[in-house]
Every structure is written in C-alpha cells, then in structure tokens.
Design a protein around this ligand. Structure first.
Ligand SMILES: [Zn+2]
Length: 179
C-alpha cells in the first residue's frame, strides 16, 4: 500500500464507552507496540509468527481487540464484527496514541502502572532483592527480572508525550462542544 492510498475514516469499530481492561492480540508487524502495551499493563498476545487467519479467529474467540497496521486485515475483522483498531502511523508515539484514543483512554497513569512482562505477557511480582537500591520485579511466568533503570526514563518520556496528545485531543473536543 502506498502512502497516499486512502484509509478508511474510521480506524476502529470499538464503542469507546465500553472499553475497560482491554485485552489485545497484535499482528506480527507491531512487535514493539505489543511490548509497550504490555509495559502499560494491557494483557497482550503477540507473536511474529501469527498468520492473518489465526489472528482473526483468536480475536473473535478470545474477545481480544485485534491491533493491526494491515488495512486488509482490519477490514476483514470489521466484516466479521471483530473488535479491531487500525494503526496507520509509522511513528511509535503516534501509534500508541491511536490505540489509546480508540479506547477512549484519557491518559497512561504512570504512577500506578501494572506492567506485564514485555517478553511473555506474564504478570510481574515484586522480588525480595534490590538492584542498586531499586525495586526489582520478576515475571511469574518466565522469571525475567525488571527494574526502572535508564531505559525507564526513555519510556516515561514516550508515555508523557502520548499523554500530552491525549490531553490535547480532549481539549479540542471540549472546544468543539462549546461552539
Ligand atoms: Zn515473562
């Protein structure tokens, strides 16, 4: 698909009022987005090997929202009445914004993130040990450990930028309503 090919106006078929505790299945092109969704705390199934047929069936059977950048797949999901979000941007920050705005999320709450393991989607628990006086979290499924080091600052900067975009959108909606 070329840049200028027209995209459908609607990027999702979700009802924004009904999206709490959303769970996702993410298509194979969007691995980095899948990891970020897990870090934000969303239950997110992802594999680079998932094929379109599997994605559609699994989304339908599990009630997970299919996140894709593939317009054909998006339209197929819509035809099957499967909840889906089309990610059309190429910039990661904008992609996250597109997904969260589709859900009607107002912000990423950085103070109370319930991150999941970015590798396997498992839940994290606090480990007894500290690393350089920082709390260590351990994945209860694969055992991978996490702590909030330098990479965390980069992530929080990204999440703050997404929050800024979400906030701007709300302000614009308010202005529209006041007209
Ligand atoms: Zn894990």
């Amino acid at each position: 698909m070329t840049e200028n090919e027209s995209l459908p106006e609607e990027k999702t078929n979700l009802d924004p009022d009904k999206q709490n505790d959303s769970r996702f299945i993410v298509d194979g092109m969007l691995g980095s987005i899948a990891r970020k969704l897990r870090i934000i705390g969303f239950d997110t199934v992802y594999s680079s090997n998932f094929e379109d047929g599997f994605l559609l069936e699994e989304a339908l059977n599990s009630g997970r929202i299919l996140v894709t950048s593939d317009i054909e797949l998006f339209l197929r999901a819509k035809r099957k009445k499967t909840a889906t979000i089309l990610v059309s941007s190429r910039i990661e920050r904008d992609r996250l914004y597109e997904i969260l705005a589709s859900l009607g999320e107002k912000r990423i709450d950085l103070r109370s993130l319930k991150s999941r393991c970015s590798t396997c989607n498992g839940r994290l628990k606090k480990s007894a040990s500290l690393l350089n006086e920082k709390i260590v979290f351990e994945c209860i499924s694969c055992g991978k450990t996490y702590w909030r080091g330098g990479h965390w600052e980069k992530l929080t900067r990204l999440f703050r930028e997404v929050n800024f975009m979400l906030q701007n959108e709300q302000n614009e909606m308010l202005r529209e309503n006041q007209k």
